[in-house]
Design a protein around this ligand. Structure first.
Ligand SMILES: N[C@@H](CCC(=O)N[C@@H](CS)C(=O)NCC(=O)O)C(=O)O
Length: 213
């Protein structure tokens, strides 16, 4: 049995939900509220699973896995069909580069704990924090669009979704949530619409989660 520790608005959890759905794997969820009770990710019981006190965590067959991209690659290696990475080494590197541009370069500067630090420790106004958020999101997404292949496809790197789309769609959700200007990234907006029309993505969306609210 697969068990994903998740929060509806966690984009790293959202990535894993999409990957599990694309693979057609049944899974249960344990909900960790990132705000309630001072953040349930800090509870000792959760930290025992994930010492970073971050979502997501995946439990499978007595194993405990953390870090969304490591989890997605674990799913890919354990259940190779349908593939989330291309067979060609160069294309695989390009798909990973796109995914990492989001997961390592955009995500971390806009994380809940970073935004909270700006507010509480650095005494920043909400308007300044929102500007920070939009700056890193818009510049990061513009760079991602430039990483796409010259030929336009339905998804980032072809006619099937890959790890790149798994990372992009949660980031686009966040971008919209913070009223980011997406006019410079029309290709990403079109890919986002195509992906969200697929059941695997729709079922993984924050608003479709039982803990949404
Ligand atoms: N690189 C990590 C990022 C994990 C992460 O930052 N998760 C966020 C939710 S998307 C979190 O748990 N934040 C809690 C906090 O900031 O206290 C991954 O991809 O799994």
């Amino acid at each position: 049995m697969l068990k994903l520790h998740s929060y509806f608005r966690s984009s790293a959890s959202y990535r894993c939900r999409i990957a599990l759905n694309l693979k057609g794997l049944p899974y249960e969820m344990a909900f960790v509220h990132l705000v309630k009770d001072g953040g349930q990710q800090h509870a000792a019981t959760y930290r025992a699973l994930n010492p970073q006190a971050l979502l997501p965590t995946l439990e499978h067959a007595g194993r405990v896995l953390t870090q969304s991209l490591a989890i997605v690659e674990y799913l890919e290696e354990t259940w190779p069909e349908p593939p989330l990475l291309p067979g060609d080494a160069e294309m695989r590197a390009k798909v990973r580069a796109f995914a990492l541009a989001i997961a390592c370069d955009v995500g971390p500067v806009n994380n809940l704990r970073v935004l909270r630090y700006l507010k509480r420790a650095m005494s920043q106004e909400q308007a300044a924090i929102d500007d920070w958020y939009r700056h890193w999101t818009q510049s990061g997404l513009a760079a991602c669009q430039a990483l796409l292949p010259a030929t336009e496809h339905r998804f980032c790197f072809g006619e099937q979704p890959s790890l790149a789309d798994i990372c992009l769609i949660p980031q686009m959700y966040n971008a919209r949530r913070f009223d980011s200007d997406l006019s410079a990234v029309p290709r990403l907006v079109a890919i986002d619409a195509s992906a969200r029309a697929l059941p695997a993505f729709a079922k993984a969306a924050p608003e479709a989660q039982p803990d949404a609210g």
